[in-house]
Design a protein around this ligand. Structure first.
Ligand code: G6P
Length: 364
């Protein structure tokens, strides 16, 4: 079927706004919202002792967010690697490892080859893919679908949040199956995920504030994105999005690692975007922001209103919805995408088809 832009200026803008629905559809595949329970699915997480996620680009960052969830919620060791490295380094994997390919298209050459390699080594495998008839879907032992619908914009948005949503739901499933999550906690976490589509829609209301920030970013030659926990991979995804479509150099860093190098880059011309939900490491992130603000870096802090103000001048706040920590990567993905989008619009780049990039890379 032909997909049209409708009222939107770009497919990317349309796809950003589709995320309450695409996340909802994806979560419904994995969760029983009526009874506040996970659905059993065809993967038994009590039978595996490690997960190896393999992916490229944006899917790699979704995988890293998944890793935090699998380890924290299910006590399940999880590694994540870029497919182009994984496939050539002869990784040492133990027999109880589940090899998981994460891919929008299901066709990325390096990811597909890595998945086949896991299979040849006798490992059980799963493919978390948006195209359910793809090569990876056929190759893997288990199909973990995302239901984002067709994604046209080269820079991934709704496929990314669908991958994150599926991985969070699967991590809860793994915790239930492995006995680290009891029925009360299961109900709490399923409810948190149930609220994600509504909070994603609420996050769209940050649009006007983010347009203003994008005006500033468009003048910069370098931008830093900071976060801790699952906000760290999201910071890297934010930097990737900005690079891809606005051609501005950006780096995503773990907030605590800043002092070990990148703080040397901080000056009044380098905007710092901080992803700071009110989680158990908020205070740590806030103190890192004081450090950069003290060095003259213009800080844009994306945080809920309830988060206490970090001391220090130069910190500009953009209010994010209050949300459960579990779904913060879904909610905070929205400002990250909108910032990249409006910065690119401001610069007048070809948002849906950025130079030198392809939607799906089926050659090495
Ligand atoms: C290309 C795209 C990226 C995407 C990556 C992986 O490089 O430009 O946006 O993240 O491939 O694609 P996949 O289909 O495997 O998720």
């Amino acid at each position: 079927a032909l997909v049209e832009k409708g009222e939107y200026r770009h497919f990317m803008e349309k796809e950003i706004h589709e995320q309450p629905d695409s996340v909802q559809h994806t979560l419904s595949h994995y969760l029983d919202f009526v009874n506040g329970k996970v659905k059993p699915g065809d993967t038994d997480f009590s039978k595996i002792d490690r997960i190896q996620i393999i992916a490229c680009g944006t899917a790699f960052y979704a995988g890293q967010i998944g890793r935090y969830a699998f380890e924290k919620l299910a006590g399940l060791p999880c590694d994540v690697e870029i497919a182009s490295e994984f496939r050539y380094r002869n990784p040492a994997l133990t027999p109880g490892t589940l090899g998981v390919a994460v891919s929008q298209s299901g066709e990325t050459a390096d990811t597909l080859a890595s998945l086949s390699w896991c299979k040849q080594k006798g490992l059980d495998t799963a493919a978390l893919v948006n195209v359910h008839s793809s090569s990876m879907a056929r190759e893997a032992g288990h199909l973990w679908p995302t239901h984002a619908g067709p994604e046209i914009g080269v820079a991934s948005t709704k496929a990314f949040t669908a991958q994150v949503a599926a991985l969070l739901a699967l991590a809860v499933t793994a915790g239930v199956q492995r006995g680290t999550i009891d029925p009360t906690r299961e109900a709490e976490l399923v409810k948190a995920l149930f609220e994600a589509p509504r909070l994603i829609a609420e996050a769209m209301q940050m649009e006007d504030a983010l347009k203003d920030v994008a005006h500033e970013l468009a003048k910069a030659t370098d931008v830093l994105f900071l976060g801790r926990g699952s906000m760290f991979p999201l910071a890297m995804e934010g930097a990737l999005k900005l690079k891809e479509i606005s051609y501005i150099h950006a780096e995503g860093y773990a907030a605590g690692e800043l002092k070990h190098g990148p703080i040397a880059l901080v000056d009044e011309l380098t905007p710092i975007v901080a992803l700071a939900p009110l989680d158990d490491v908020y205070e740590k992130t806030a103190s890192n922001l004081q450090e950069v603000a003290a060095r003259g870096g213009p800080v844009i802090m994306i945080a809920p209103k309830s988060a206490p103000d970090p001391h220090g001048a130069g910190i500009r706040r953009v209010d994010a919805p209050e949300c459960h920590t579990l779904i913060a990567p879904l909610v905070y993905a929205i400002p990250v995408q909108l910032l990249a989008y409006y910065t690119a619009v401001q610069k007048g780049t070809d948002v849906d088809q950025p130079r030198n990039l392809a939607k799906s890379v089926t050659v090495e």
